[in-house]
Design a protein around this ligand. Structure first.
Ligand code: AFP
Length: 337
């Protein structure tokens, strides 16, 4: 149910304004930027909802910088975000998982200028079979000193100002944090607004569910194999498993019900598959704000990893704090394959 305050729904915009009132010097520029994200994700949601009726299923016929086949909806989602954010005066740099290079929108060095990074449509191989997909975004401050684009963008996740995702699922929900807790907003298609539906979300600290592409078990380093064997064995964890294959959907379930998601190193991709900056950092920020944990190779905190390239990848273990700690007892040297 949408949460009411003084008998009224709380829109995402109102929530941001309430937050900003805590900072008397806030210029309002930040909420202007966020309105670009909400507008773009409403546009994407409207396409997702009509998939099958309009021509958005299938391949676009190109491959992206990651060498993956690009779907028509990937392009639509990427364009929607770049268009809406490109016109926001306070956006300095935009970096998209789908694009080769970050794009400098304007050379802004003012204090309230931002770098936005996004995965426009995560899980896009699930679109054609009507399974949930999502948009993930993260926001950094543009460093005031004039630097190269690369240097400005390559900030560790601990520097994130805010992060969030939109899950186009049974309803469209946006989960957001700016370091003051995690809040969920649900898109009301009648009002055309995101309304507050969960406040100060906390992840259960343990659950008996793990999420991993277990078909790749033989490609994982041995400690991961041992952990997964223990997890399902009746004399070990005795856990159940769920795997959607859209990170946002798998993570959202864990945020609400608890559990653990793993994308380990594999023999083919010893550095992991998931992108540090577009996928792992934003979800790590949300997980930690909700009381969970997110670690990469060797158990390093995801948000402490210094990126060397905007398209860096990392192994990921994320979820309820006790589940992640439990997994880490098995996974001592995860990069050895
Ligand atoms: P796509 O966007 O190509 O569908 O990839 C989705 C994803 O990046 C992430 O959302 C999933 O968790 C992960 O890849 C699934 O990867 P596997 O298909 O290798 O399990």
């Amino acid at each position: 149910m949408a949460i009411k305050r003084d008998g009224h729904f709380v829109t995402f915009g109102q929530h941001i304004q309430e937050q900003q009132q805590k900072y008397p010097n806030a210029s309002g520029q930040y909420s202007w930027l966020l309105s670009g994200i909400t507008l773009a994700t409403k546009m994407i949601a409207s396409y997702v909802r009509r998939a099958g009726l309009i021509d958005v299923w299938g391949e676009h016929g190109s491959t992206n910088v990651q060498g993956e086949d690009v779907k028509k909806l990937d392009i639509i989602a990427n364009d929607a975000l770049k268009r809406t954010l490109g016109y926001r005066g306070n956006v300095g740099i935009i970096a998209s998982e789908e694009d080769n290079e970050p794009r400098v929108i304007q050379d802004v060095t003012a204090e309230d200028s931002y770098i936005i990074m996004f995965d426009p449509l995560d899980g896009s191989s699930n679109i054609d079979v009507n399974v949930s997909v999502g948009t993930i975004f993260t926001i950094f401050r543009n460093p005031k000193e004039i630097q190269s684009t690369e240097k400005s963008v390559l900030q560790p996740g601990s520097q994130q100002v805010a992060a969030g995702y939109v899950l186009y699922g049974s309803s469209t929900v946006m989960v957001y944090t700016d370091g003051n807790g995690v809040h969920q907003f649900t898109l009301d298609p009648q009002f055309g607004a995101y309304l507050l539906t969960r406040e100060n979300m906390k992840m259960p600290d343990h659950s008996g569910t793990y999420s991993v592409n277990e078909a790749y078990l033989h490609r994982f380093p041995e400690p991961y194999q041992r952990y997964l064997h223990w997890s399902k064995h009746p004399e070990g964890g005795g856990y159940s498993s769920r795997y959607v294959g859209s990170l946002v959907a798998d993570f959202h379930r864990i945020l609400i019900k608890g559990g653990i998601f793993l994308y380990p190193p594999t023999t083919e991709q010893p550095g992991g598959k998931l992108r540090l900056m577009y996928e792992c950092n934003p979800l790590a920020f949300i997980a930690e704000q909700a009381g969970g944990k997110a670690v990469g190779a060797g158990g390093q905190r995801i948000m402490d990893i210094q990126p060397t390239d905007v398209h860096d990848r990392t192994p990921l273990v994320i979820g309820s704090s006790k589940n992640v700690e439990e997994a880490m007892r098995f996974i001592q040297e995860p990069v050895r394959v």
